[in-house]
Design a protein around this ligand. Structure first.
Ligand SMILES: Cc1cc2nc3c(=O)[nH]c(=O)nc-3n(C[C@H](O)[C@H](O)[C@H](O)COP(=O)(O)OP(=O)(O)OC[C@H]3O[C@@H](n4cnc5c(N)ncnc54)[C@H](O)[C@@H]3O)c2cc1C
Length: 398
């Protein structure tokens, strides 16, 4: 009997791969191992509609999906070791340790949220946001909080700030960089997104880090900033990113990408990490078309990788033509980016009403990306231009 395809990580990447395998005609065994107690669920709503209470639906598939597709989903099952030579993983379920054999192994174990140093202990009012439990706990605390501070104005920090403002909590958003989101979208566009927060009366503290969290009687009461000021807050959200927790690969011999290349499981351009071992999603670091290692933490990127790995496993040609894409929802606007512009690319703002905007990026006269807020249709129309080299002058009508 052929050994199954075993997927570790029952999140977005894991379930998409399992589904693609079935849709692609694979009729062997598929085992999906997940340490959380839930079937696969979606994370983008966690910082948005789950925090605001507008919509709590996060399941990626209806409950009957797993039986219908003959996918052996094992929740509450943590993989603690991988042995590529023996083709086994060691799992812990309900305190019992056992081995699961695989023919092919796919690792899709995502990230864990980074906590503020020294706050691992159970201090009331301090939150991170990676799991559904995190989001529900944040929402519950927000209901009785009087003042919130969000540490880190990346996309998730900005979304949480917007969600807490929707709940009418006063919010201070703290960011060490001079312009929020500049690393992702450049300083010009970062500023155009930041103005949404100013308009919503978020107290923005940029160019300053956090030295310490003030804790009294087991609860947080404020945030001490490196500029010497203190922000009062009985709700603190730490939005300083996440990291792949890959301790379970210790001793496996699998290669990890260097930290300066983003860390994660080192893979080739189709997700292959070793013989019969693949990795995808937030935890994986694939080699890009230029031979560089890159780890990306965006929903569509995970979906694209799941399609590519499925094709590789099924021996199908890899025809998928991905244009990098991500979105964020803040203050009722959909902020989207297509392409992969670099930080110092030229920026051409072509439409701006003070809130909604559309801008192109170019390098050496060629379009490299498009970013917009509240301009969904116009932005998506530019996608074909990113599949072939397109002179920016043609789009600007010069
Ligand atoms: C709050 C939030 C908001 C987001 N919003 C957006 C957005 O607006 N737009 C966008 O493009 N992207 C967004 N993202 C990013 C997107 O959700 C992720 O890129 C995507 O979820 C990654 O999928 P994944 O399968 O790699 O990992 P995950 O979805 O994290 O799934 C990994 C699973 O593996 C499990 N696991 C880990 N280790 C083990 C182990 N040893 N054994 C068994 N199971 C294990 C984890 O518990 C988890 O359930 C957001 C992410 C978060 C957290």
């Amino acid at each position: 009997m052929n050994e199954p395809i075993v997927i570790v990580g029952a999140g977005l990447g894991g379930i998409r791969l399992a589904e693609n395998l079935r849709n692609g005609g694979y009729d062997g065994d598929v085992v999906l191992l997940g340490q959380e107690s839930h079937p696969p669920y979606d994370r983008p709503p966690l910082s948005k509609t789950v925090v605001t209470g507008d919509d709590e639906r996060v399941d990626l598939k209806p409950s009957e999906f797993y039986a219908d597709k003959n996918i052996d989903l094992r929740t509450g099952t943590r993989v603690v070791a991988v042995d590529p030579e023996a083709h086994t993983v060691t799992v812990v379920h309900d305190g019992e340790t056992s081995a699961v054999s695989y023919g092919t192994l796919v690792l899709a174990t995502g990230l864990v949220a980074r906590r503020f140093p020294g706050t691992d202990a159970d201090v009331r009012g301090i939150h991170v946001i990676r799991t559904i439990e995190d989001a529900l706990a944040l929402r519950a605390d927000a209901a009785s909080a009087t003042r919130a501070a969000v540490i880190g104005a990346g996309f998730i920090g900005c979304e949480v700030a917007a969600s807490l403002r929707k709940l009418e909590l006063p919010v201070t958003l703290i960011e060490p960089a001079p312009t929020p989101l500049a690393v992702a979208v450049g300083a010009t566009i970062g500023e155009m997104i930041t103005r949404l927060h100013r308009e919503a009366d978020v107290d923005l503290r940029v160019g300053t880090g956090v030295d310490n969290l003030v804790v009294a009687d087991g609860a947080v009461s404020g945030v001490e900033l490196s500029d010497g000021s203190t922000v009062d807050a009985d709700l603190v959200v730490v939005g300083i990113g996440g990291y792949p927790d890959l301790d379970y690969l210790d001793g496996s011999g699998l290669e990890l990408a260097p930290r300066e290349a983003g860390g994660g499981i080192a893979c080739d351009g189709v997700g292959r990490a070793a013989d019969d071992v693949y990795a995808l999603g937030d935890a994986a670091n694939w080699t890009d078309a230029h031979g560089d290692h890159k780890r990306v933490e965006h929903w569509n990127h995970v979906v694209d990788q799941a399609a590519i790995v499925a094709s590789a496993l099924l021996g199908h040609p890899i025809t998928h033509q991905a244009v990098p894409y991500f979105w964020s929802d803040q203050y009722g606007l959909k902020i989207q980016m297509l392409g992969a512009p670099q930080n110092d690319d030229d920026v051409h703002v072509v439409d701006d009403d003070g809130r909604r905007f559309l801008a192109y990026y170019s390098r050496d006269g060629i379009l490299t990306g498009v970013v917009g807020a509240g301009r969904v249709g116009k932005l998506m129309k530019t996608r074909p231009h990113l599949l072939t080299p397109t002179p920016i002058a043609a789009l600007l009508g010069e």
